[in-house]
Design a protein around this ligand. Sequence first.
Ligand code: ANZ
Ligand code: ZN
Length: 861
Amino acid sequence: MASRSYNPQEIEPRWQQYWDEKGIFQAREDSHKPKFYCLVMYPYPSGTLHVGHPLNYTLGDAVVRYRVKRGYNVLSPMGWDAFGLPAENAAIRENVPPAKFTRANIERMRQQIKRAGWGYDWSRELSTADPTYYRWTQWLFLQFYKQGIAFRKLAPVNWCPTCRTVLANEQVHSGECERCSTPVEQRDLEQWFFKMSAYAQRLLDNHKKLKRWPERVIRMQEEWIGRSEGARVDFTIAETGEKLPIFTTRPDTLFGVTFMSLAPEHLLVEKLIKGTNHEDEVMQTVRKMRQLGTAERERVELEKMGVDTGFHAINPVNGEKVPIWVVNFVLMAYGTGAVMAVPAHDQRDFEFARQFGLPIRVVIQPEDEELNPDTMLAAYVEDGVQVNSAQFDGMGNRQAKQAIVDWLAQEGKAEAAVTYRLRDWLISRQRYWGAPIPIVYCKDCGEVPVLEEDLPVLLPEEVEFKPTGESPLASCEEFVNITCPQCGGAAKRETDTMDTFVDSSWYFLRYCSPRDDRQAFSPDRVHFWMPVDQYIGGIEHATMHLIYCRFFTMVLNDLGLLDFDEPAQRLFCQGMLCKEAHYCPQCRWIPDELVEGDTCKTCGSTVTHEMAKISKSKLNVVSPDEIIARQGADALRLYLLSDAPPDRDQVWSDEGLAGSYRFLMRLWEVVETWQNTLAEVEAFQGPADEVPERLRTLHRLTHQVIKKLTEDLEGRFQFNTGIARIMELLSATRTVLNQGELSPEELAVVKESLEATVQLLSVLTPHIAEELWVKLGHEPSIMETPWPEFDEEAIQADEVEIIVQVNGKLRSRLTVPRGLAKEELESRSLAEEHIQEILAGKSPLRVVVVPDRLVNIVLGK
Ligand code: ANZ
Ligand code: ZN
């Protein structure tokens, strides 16, 4: 038979079609087999695969194929996170309806995904923008609404006074409207929320159930949830007698308070200064402060602004009156929006006090130096001893925290309190391309939920996308005007749509029964498949999505709709792919092709290079399509997994990709060259001690590599080192083959190694593996053959390390052949140099020998 060369373009589509026809990845529910649900984060249908996807999906595919071979019922679904801003922007820019734009993108990306050969059960495909899906997103909203978990309240939004519209955060550029450059204001509007703050503690407590989530993700979530222990302390406004509660983590510094700080949005601000003669002046500054968003105001480098209200607060510990200021670094959404300022012990307060000439009073002294408020260069934030603190003087400050709160609590002026950074989830978007919030407003009945049987609230497709800045839904009369479900009177629909993160908070449940038109998810199917056994996605989702979907699962558990409260057993987050990007001062970011050395080919300017996360904006993208067309999907997959541990960021290298391709060619050639010779023997299957002497090493290596890959696929995911070992195994096999003159017994062992190589690769580079499996004389599909088992006996090195003790103390180690006789072990130990020194000519009383483990030499006194 003429030798054929490796041609991925020919073999890959053929095997993809074969798997498809055989239904290899169709989920089955066989009650005699264990189940495995492998979920990869579904893509946003932007039009082309993002470079992050191939790594994510290749990892998932390896796990899926491994479980299929292990005989599990495997669920491996794929779908589309189809709502969102880019489709809406394309509609405005190019005048294509978002639905059409999205559908076309899905078609294209489905083809791309299929061509990469990742195995999915396409019969379960879903799109969140499909009414058959968002009907249930709306239904879930109604369940949340009934329980008070979905609710409406005033919240600040970005408001452009010129366009008279709400802006998304993305539409605000350095504090200005992207359309008209008017400074954006923060305005309070009625918005929809999910009560996620009520789940803050449970989200933290449940971390103990997530033992198989990356440590890094748990840390990030803890930070995001941001639990702080401290106290709520009530100050009193001197002029009005009103209470002014604050949250502090440092009640030990209460005697050091020299002023109070209010957030610019604090309700008291306007109330206090209304009608005073400095109202206008103060409000002007306050309005300026309100313009900045939360994130900007939290930055340490923020330029501090403040204004004195002229009012005072009474400190409950000593009755002292301190001025009340409004400052830009206090956030309304944290604690109570009011802060007791202690410049001596808080850096921001310190800087503020210095800037505005406010007093600084030290109340905690370090052990080894005396702080002087006039000469201090920074706040003292460490522990120390209380001073200027009345009866608490001399107490350690940690102890004082508790003591001061206890003392104030007796008079009802304070109580221990816990605060979280985690906010309620603002889910309403003043946007078109999302699931409409199923609520109507009736002038008689008020806020009324849409009846469940009237779902879905369909998103009208034929709407006008004129760039007025107003949401197209609000101007769509047929959508807005409706009759009230309660009284039949005239009513108006809510025109806000839901955040797309709501869609992705439950898609994994829908995959269990994606065509069910009677319920969001079938309890039986969910019972069978959930929780997800392995979730795989990018580290950029460590907080938002991975907290939202946990929150959803908990709420559904509380509603009795799920009997578990965490969505995924095991999580793996892959790192990001980076590549050199080039910047030309004239042409800005330019692609590789337009660079020669340090020169821009277009304009001749000197170019600078930078390693950056692969992104369209920096023109450093690599196209999976082109690579697959050139070197094939298998080479791409192998490269992505072989380059670095997949949880780290990796740097793209064309050279690395070429190396993976060469490896596959080499493997192909070995099988091509030797298939006839090997056809004459059966692969070796016997016990390790029947392996011909000359092939012991190869046999051992084979089983070591099987073990390594098995552990990676069971969840360790260190595929880069696993692949290195597979490569090592192939070279060892070639070396043996090239030595020639192998007996049939020896050939059998070679065949075992080569078949193992192909078997291991069947989950990493599945197309070539299928093809070579047939060449090695088997029926397809390799996917229907079991994963190779490793033989522990064979893995054990033929040599063992023996511990040599003298009077029970470790004195030396020896490496000897496994199974060495007792007498021989004893004499070798006694002859060892170091032991000879210790013996110093004496002969031992006794020698205890445990073969393959230790020798203990007992010496007399
Ligand atoms: C007085 C004090 C003295 C504070 C001191 C700190 C040091 P974490 O740990 O992040 O929870 N704070 C309270 N509410 C705030 C708000 N809405 N905006 C900005 N800052 C606020 O931070 C808690 C501390 O942040 C609180 O403890 C309060 O300042 C401030 F030597 O109270 B502290
Ligand atoms: Zn009504």
